[in-house]
Every structure is written in C-alpha cells, then in structure tokens.
Design a protein around this ligand. Structure first.
Ligand SMILES: C[S@@+](CC[C@H](N)C(=O)[O-])C[C@H]1O[C@@H](n2cnc3c(N)ncnc32)[C@H](O)[C@@H]1O
Length: 290
C-alpha cells in the first residue's frame, strides 16, 4: 500500500467513527508514525509502505479509535508560540489558556523594565503557561509549583525543549504554602504576578467529554466544593506572597464567574477583582489586583 492509499483509508475509517477532523487526524498520525512532516506525506504520496511501517501505523490508529487524544499519541502540543511535550500525566494545554498567557504578557509588558520581576505559576501541568511567559520575557524569573512528580518531570523536559534558563520548578503541594514559603521564599511578598489554571471542574459536571474524563489526569481536572476549592484557597493564601501593585490571574469554568467574584470581593484583600472573558466571550478568568 502507498502513503496515499493508507491516508485515504484511514481518513474514511475515522470519518465512519464520527471524528471531528478525520483527514487531519489521519495526516498527523501517518506523519508521526513515519517520522515525516505533514507536507512530506503529499510529496511522497506514491511511496509504498513496508510491513513494519504499516504495523506501527495500525497501532497508532488503534489508539486513536479508543478515543485517545491526538496530542497524547503525538506526544506534543503547540501552545501559544511554542511546542510542548505532553503525556498522560499532564493536561493537554487548551486554547483558552493562551488568552491567560496573553493577558499575563500584557501585564508584564506594562511593568517594563523587568529587573527583579517574578512570576509564580501554580499547578504547572506541562509548564505551558510559565514557560511561555519565561520565553517571551527572558529578563524576568518564573517559578512553577506542581504537585505531581510525573508532571514536574514533563515541565523539566519542556524547559529543556524550549531552552529557557529563567524557570525554577518545584514538585510541591501548593496547598502547603508554609513549606513553599520556608523553602523557596524569604517569607515576604515575592511575586509580581501569580497565574494559575487550577483544577476547577465539578466531579458531577455532565458537560465533561467522555475522552477527557477517560484519558486526562483526574487531579488536573476536578476539584471539591463544586470545583471551587483551589480557585478560592489559592487566591486567598497566595495573595500574601503578592507584591504591592501585583496581579493574580486565574482561569476558571465559564459558569463560575459570579460566585468567585462575589467570594473574592468579600475577602477584602484585593484592590479590585474582575471577570475576564475568553475568545468565545465566555467568563473564563478572574483577575485580582493588589
Ligand atoms: C488544570 S491543570 C493545568 C495545567 C497547566 N497549567 C495548563 O494550563 O495546561 C492543573 C494542574 O494543577 C496540578 N495540581 C493539582 N493540585 C495541586 C496542588 N495541590 N498543588 C500543586 N499542583 C496541583 C495538577 O497536577 C495539574 O497539573
């Protein structure tokens, strides 16, 4: 069979399975399995494939048909301006989160020159937020906290892949702020910007796609107190580590805006608390200014 024949057959198969983007998925899987760029598939359309190559492709196609996300099969995901290694121990970076990075970048830009400017990213996952910011502003420092050891290892891989030298990663439980403060700060407000995309989904939420539930790490997705526990606790606790005129920006669920705004406003620890929208005009972020 030639590359073209396998591509057409796989596309038809994925179409029958009801996939959203059957041709693209087929191209990505073939290119990955054969160690080619997508464009090269078209240049080598008539190339016959050997049995070991076909066997490898069958295995990848099989994984996709179980619903495994394409990013885990490819082992990478493009996010913001860079590429990140991903595996099943980290959430696949989402397009909404790119808007958080943009908001954070605008805030950082407004604070130039950045001597001593320090960003904290809580719950780093693949490191996509902290590393994107670190790469954009190499003159500042970024600290990332991540509870999962496997995810922290992925962050280290992504630090190397993206060649950033201004990121420190700590494999810690962010709820234990005392240990973090003792070990890694001098106990005083230290950060000018704190960003987080915490787990914020209610375990009962019926809108969560089956394959998200099945393949992505539970501890990256779900949170107690109907999804609010980390949003509330981290905003409250970590505000003590925020410098005067600093900013916190957290991602949240699109239905959580009013409740979290009300909660954080009543805490009376921020100068202002504002809901920000994503590109689909949904409430998606909460920005807290100190
Ligand atoms: C929604 S994911 C976000 C990952 C990444 N920041 C992103 O935007 O793609 C939340 C991350 O928080 C981590 N996490 C959950 N509980 C934590 C805790 N108590 N302390 C530190 N990290 C935690 C999870 O392991 C997961 O990597």
């Amino acid at each position: 069979m030639t590359i073209k024949e396998v591509l057409d057959k796989t596309t038809t198969f994925f179409k029958q399975k009801g996939f959203h983007s059957p041709r693209l998925d087929a191209e990505l899987i073939l290119a990955h399995g054969l160690g080619l760029e997508r464009l090269q598939l078209y240049l080598k359309f008539d190339q016959p494939l050997k049995e070991p190559e076909l066997e490898k492709l069958r295995e990848l196609v099989k994984r996709r048909t179980t619903g495994e996300p394409i990013a885990y099969i490819l082992g990478k995901k493009d996010f913001y301006k860079n590429s990140f290694v991903v595996n099943k121990s980290v959430l696949i970076p989402r397009p909404e989160t790119e808007t958080l990075v943009e908001m954070a970048a605008n805030f950082i830009e407004s604070k130039k020159p950045l001597d001593g400017f320090h960003v904290l990213d809580i719950g780093g996952g693949s490191g996509c937020i902290g590393i994107s910011l670190a790469k954009e502003f190499p003159e500042m420092a970024v600290t990332i906290i991540e509870k999962s050891k496997d995810a922290a290892d992925v962050i280290k891989e992504n630090i190397a892949l993206n060649q950033v030298s201004n990121v420190a990663v700590y494999n810690l439980d962010a709820d234990d702020i005392d240990t973090f403060v003792q070990q890694h700060t001098n106990g005083k407000p230290t950060f000018d910007l704190i960003v987080s995309n915490p787990p914020y989904i209610d375990i009962e939420d019926k809108e969560v796609e089956e394959n998200v539930r099945k393949f992505e790490p539970q501890e990256a997705l779900f949170a107690d107190d109907r999804g609010y526990v980390f949003l509330k606790n981290w905003a409250n606790k970590y505000s003590s580590l925020l410098n005067e005129n600093g900013m916190m920006i957290f991602e949240m669920g699109y239905t959580q805006g009013e409740a979290i705004l009300d909660h954080l406003t009543k805490l009376n620890i921020f100068k202002s608390v504002k809901i920000k929208k994503d590109l689909a005009a949904m409430d998606r972020f909460i920005a807290m200014a100190k």
